[in-house]
Design a protein around this ligand. Sequence first.
Ligand code: PLP
Length: 607
Amino acid sequence: MSTNFGYLYNIAGWGEPYFVVNSSGNISVMINGVETTSEEAIDLLAAVKKATEGGLQFPIILRFPDVLKHRLDSLHTAFANAIKYTAYTSYYQGVFPVKVNQNRDVVDKLISLGKDYNFGLEAGSKPELLLAMNSLINGSPKAYLVCNGYKDMDYVSLALVSRNFDLNTIIVLELEDEVDTVVAASKKLNIRPVLGIRARLLTTNPGHFGSTSGKHGKFGLLEDQIYAVAETLKENNMLDCLKLLHFHIGSQIPTTSIIGSAVREATGYYCNLVQMGAPMGTLDVGGGLGIDYDGTRSGESDMSVAYGFEEYASTVVQAARLVCNQKAVAHPVLCSESGRALVSHQSILIYDALVAVEEPSDSLTSDELISRLDDLVGNPTTLHANLKSAVRSRDGSNNDASLVHADQLKKHGVEIFKLSRRLAKQLEAAGEKTFAYHMNLSVFSLTPDFWGIKQLFPIMPIHRLQEKPTQKGTLLDLTCDSDGKVDLFIGGAQTLPLHDVKQSGGGYYIGTFLAGAYQEALGNKHNLFGGPNLVQVESAGSAGGFTVAFVGAGPTAANQLQSMHYDPAEMAKVIADRAKETGHWTETEQTLVTKVFGTMPYLFGEL
Ligand SMILES: *Cc1c(COP(=O)(O)O)cnc(C)c1O
């Protein structure tokens, strides 16, 4: 067996069982996880080649509906097993929160694949409600349509009316005032709602994604408010409409112990509502089922969770069972709103390297850097003297002097920090040159969470993995913005081991993995670069092979301009008029202007 350099990117940590390096040194997509046969495995490079043979432009998102199905089935199997082995007497019935990926092919696919599971959708706004209604018309009539988010009269009325269309819509009350809107709309339209309440739990999710959780969180009702809303419903003869308790403590919950506390707390409120006379029936545990982006299974940062589907499901089931049994309340149907965990793996963003440019080496040698650092750190007298005078002037009279000293100290610290970073970088790169890889990509449009909240996604070349990477690189995108680069990778490195682009004989393709959740909906239009081309890759089954279908074009320059309220036709005319005046509106100019309006703003081929 020849060497495979996949370990440099920890692909075994974050990728398995879906992504492995095959004997050609390419990444294979294992569509059925560990059960994938060699015939079913899809060679990612072959899929990219097939997708682009007609000249399709990068960047491209390759979607793998088989992987989506495997995720959906695995989640249901995990709950089914946990329920069986825990002697839980009810069942699991989940929903997909559409904000995580609103794309029609993803949502519709989930609903058709999930029909036998009565799989439903969660909406958080009026357009999302319309989207969910449209998709669920083809779903199971039992599937939940959970309505969260801020609601006005129109939102509530549409949700109510949809029950008349045989959709199983549930309105979740998030604010005390919403109960008045619902009561009024229900009377006006003469439709009885099915209602839920969103609990604001005391259990907090410590990560970045949980910053709105806890007592001072943004959403939901605290325990006393929950019972007050139930009382209001009772006064309006509507307590029989209350059938669900919901909570969501944020995404990417790091450990099962937090999940367990949240479910126990919520189940307590659930049982009290049952004891107040509400029919209830469903406990909706929200999202938060996480993804192990860095593959460490540590649960110690926002990039990692320390559990998989099985541990998640058994934690939820056991916690709900424990509290219900203690309070002698029947076990509720368990619903989760798992988004990230379902759709992250099914899409891979692929882009090509246009050129790699060697970074100018630091003008200071390592020895020089070390001696500078010694001056600052190793000579503590200066530092000490500064510190002493800062402290002295703090309890003395001279406040201004104290500020100046504090400021000097801070600068001193910053200087040490900067130098040590440079040193570390230089030592790390010793012997290997660092290159800036210019990629046909916009970080802002395609992985906005990297730019916005420094979320790291696994990134690696999809081929040449039996060849030792000889260079280190950062990835620069096409936008004219200093933030338009990727210079931090899973594991904390500032560069990625990469191959010499020139030796690739064809393109050099890099993939961003696990980016199927949230990124597409958040993407913006920096420099008017937009979304990617979308391609669907499906396994042809046990016979082997796969099919590639183009499913959506990325926005053209004209589309991007329109979104900023320009009229491309009018613009083309203005340009044509000037060209005619100057006597330059030949066929060449006409073709060129038309082409640039009509194609994606990314670059064709090499620079
Ligand atoms: C965003 C959101 C989710 C999805 O959370 P994931 O962590 O992606 O599973 C679920 N429910 C609500 C209410 C949300 O706002």
